[in-house]
Design a protein around this ligand. Sequence first.
Ligand SMILES: Nc1ncnc2c1ncn2[C@@H]1O[C@H](COP(=O)(O)OP(=O)(O)O)[C@@H](O)[C@H]1O
Ligand SMILES: [Mg+2]
Length: 355
Amino acid sequence: MTTTVQQTDSAVETNDEVILAVNDLRTYIFTRAATVKAVDGISFSLRKGETLGIVGESGCGKTMTALSLLRLVPRPAGRIVTGEIVLNGEDILQKSEDEMRDVRGRQISMILQDPQTSLNPVFTIGNQLREALGIAHKENKRSMLGRAVDALRSVNVAAPERRLDDYPHQMSGGMKQRVVGAIAMSCEPGVIIADEPTTALDVTIQLQYLRLLKEIQANTGLGIIFITHDFGVVARMCDRVAVMYAGRIIEQGEVRDIFNAPAHPYTQALINSVPKLEQRVGRLYQIDGQPPLLSNLPEGCRFAPRCAYASDQCLESYPQSYHMKDGHYADCWALDPAWQGTPIAEFIAPTGRTG
Ligand SMILES: Nc1ncnc2c1ncn2[C@@H]1O[C@H](COP(=O)(O)OP(=O)(O)O)[C@@H](O)[C@H]1O
Ligand SMILES: [Mg+2]
């Protein structure tokens, strides 16, 4: 394996198809007791029609990343302290709040993967769709009705005319997801972020949601950012993946490259902890220890305290980003050609993977 030393920002590419490029984004939460570095210098890009998975354990900064992309970080404590978020060629961090209102929904939109929390139980779905569409297109009531029907049809709801008067509780979970998808797509955004809820969501529901988004993507060239703690879901449905750990992206690249040859010991451990089909019983691989507090981060590699390969160098300074191949990067000192410590053991790809 050959590795070359690269600057961290080289993960951001600039070609015509890139619709979103994030460069060295840092979002901190300033509490009385401490500064929580929820997002601490991440860079990635998203191309038209691409599905990027952002994966990592709970509390690693995934939701704060999503909220940053929409400039909806909770105020006053939360603040984007530095970085660039270039959406369709413009840095949205330079935009006014008024300008941002036009960006949200129209260029970039977010949906929760839990349909239960996304629809208002006291309004019909026709009402909720028309409200979303009304913001997108300032038109009269009659054409809005047609658009609402079209919106439902676009997400493959059968007999959409008959659905408009239904209330959310009258619909199945899958149908509700479709309605939420229709609402999110009502302003025809180029990028959609699907964030997982705080409470654990069924993998089947996650996959169902991702399939729906991919149906929409096939017709529109939508860029999808899919946020999950489940590497199995990413492996089955995403094109590329960014692995987050303690506010940083520690590895990113094509899903097939990372799944077959994860370079970072943390990614290896994550992939090893994905349950296999034949493993109905028995032990799941567990990563010993806990991630560091984002209010009290170590100087060096954030994974070092849990890493079997960690050396003094790992504890002292944050590793550089190493380019493995074709946009596959990982931040780990053991990938340096001059590494003196224990070499990372060859990764044995898990068998019995579904997908
Ligand atoms: N309002 C808040 N005040 C203080 N800390 C917060 C707040 N919201 C989130 N955090 C902290 O920010 C970090 C990242 O959270 P989050 O982005 O929600 O993680 P994830 O979505 O990966 O589970 C966590 O350590 C969390 O405790
Ligand atoms: Mg979250």
